[in-house]
Design a binder for this molecule. Structure first.
Ligand code: GAR
Length: 203
């Protein structure tokens, strides 16, 4: 395998997807290729970003289906695009343990805190930053990890600390964590995993 085929799964704005696409275009993802962007809802702006970069964008609507039908539909798309690696980039639909177990060391997630702080059930998006401010931490950050267990299990690939400032709101903190940590770490972690896979599968 020269390049691992990547699907990026999204649910919202897609700024992390944009960081991945920009990294790819800048030659910073030499062992991977983003072949599909898949959203769990058709209103996700991330779909627009994918199309702007000429990457196939599709929707598997979580709302319309049971968990198992959703995962079957998702698996069919992933197989059709011969996907090797999944990146969860702000993908807010829960995946079952059974689904996750079929992607050992091949599913990457980004979380906007320093795991094990502020993670687990109900901790996503702005809620993570609200919790960090409520607790009064002075340092937070982002974590990129392999998803081998639900919800935040698996090997930690990269972490980066970010300062919390006295006047922060959840929104200003979220923005700083994205700019200083998420958009930097996710492309680096994607390349790490794709390189490991490409090296393992090339005789
Ligand atoms: C990001 O901050 C990501 O870390 C978070 O959702 C946001 C998506 O933003 N993910 C989680 O909270 C997962 N538990 P984006 O759509 O602009 O990339």
């Amino acid at each position: 395998m020269s390049k691992a085929r990547i699907a990026v799964l999204v649910s919202g704005g897609g700024t992390n997807l944009e960081a991945l696409l920009n990294a790819q275009e800048a030659g910073k993802l030499p062992h991977g290729e983003i072949v599909l962007v898949c959203a769990s809802n058709e209103g996700a702006y991330a779909l627009e970003r994918a199309r702007n970069h000429g990457v196939p964008a599709t929707v598997v609507a979580r709302k319309a289906m049971s968990q198992s039908a959703f995962e079957t539909a998702l698996s069919i798309k992933l197989a059709a695009y011969r996907v090797d690696v999944i990146i969860l980039a702000g993908f807010l639909s829960i995946l079952s343990e059974e689904f996750v177990s079929r992607w050992p060391d091949r599913m990457i997630n980004i979380h906007p805190s320093l795991i094990p702080a502020f993670c687990g059930k109900g901790m996503y998006g702005l809620r993570v930053h609200e919790a960090a401010l409520e607790r009064g931490v002075q340092i937070t950050g982002a974590t990129v990890h392999l998803v081998n267990e639900i919800p935040d299990g698996g090997r930690i690939l990269l972490q980066k600390a970010v300062e919390v400032l006295p006047d922060d709101t959840p929104q200003t903190l979220q923005r700083r964590v994205m700019e200083q940590a998420e958009w930097v770490l996710l492309p680096q972690a994607a390349e790490m995993v794709c390189r490991e896979l490409a090296e393992r599968e090339t005789p």
